[in-house]
Unconditional design. Structure first.
Length: 176
């Protein structure tokens, strides 16, 4: 093997080792057994404030009616439930345009998407270890079917680094 080939093999092996150590979740296409799936692909972070974009994808064949707030459960590294207060709207975490708008009924046609978002502060002011969410389960509405939120980012992982705040604001479903 020429030296260029050996370098490529070593590089590929290092990339594989780094990927294994990130705790990344699988980036496979989420199931559409329920006609709906939840995905996230963007988290904006600035000075301790985090905003994660969330979408409900109608992957079924019937229109989907949404009105209100997604239901959210947050889990740690070992899928243990985290003691987190889930708030409708921003809950005073931050003032963000549209985040506290009242829910409006929307219809999501097959192949279309509705949006929501999570907001939190990564502040740690405790001797206890910080709370870090690695998995999120969601339902479109109270009484709905729970299913995982799937990261479609290149890293393929979810990171909700709440610190010691214990609060997560959830935006009502909306369309742009």
């Amino acid at each position: 093997m020429r030296s260029g080939g050996r370098i490529l093999v070593v590089f590929a092996a290092l990339v594989g080792l780094v990927a294994c150590g990130t705790g990344a979740q699988a980036t496979e296409t989420p199931s559409c057994d329920t006609g709906l799936r939840f995905v996230t692909n963007v988290t904006d972070a600035a000075m301790g404030l985090r905003v994660m974009s969330v979408e409900a994808v109608n992957c079924g064949v019937e229109p989907l009616q949404l009105n209100g707030y997604p239901q959210v459960k947050l889990f740690g590294e070992e899928r243990e439930p985290l003691d987190v207060e889930i708030l409708d709207g921003s809950g005073g975490i931050a003032s963000l345009e549209g985040f506290d708008d009242a829910p409006q009924p929307i219809t999501v046609q097959p192949g279309e998407r509705a949006k929501s978002a999570f907001v939190w502060r990564n502040t740690h002011a405790s001797v206890d270890p910080p709370q870090v969410g690695k998995y999120v389960d969601m339902a479109a509405a109270p009484g709905g079917t729970w299913q995982p939120l799937v990261a479609t980012t290149p890293e393929g992982r979810i990171l909700v680094d709440l610190g010691s705040t214990g609060r997560l604001g959830v935006r009502a479903w909306y369309r742009q």
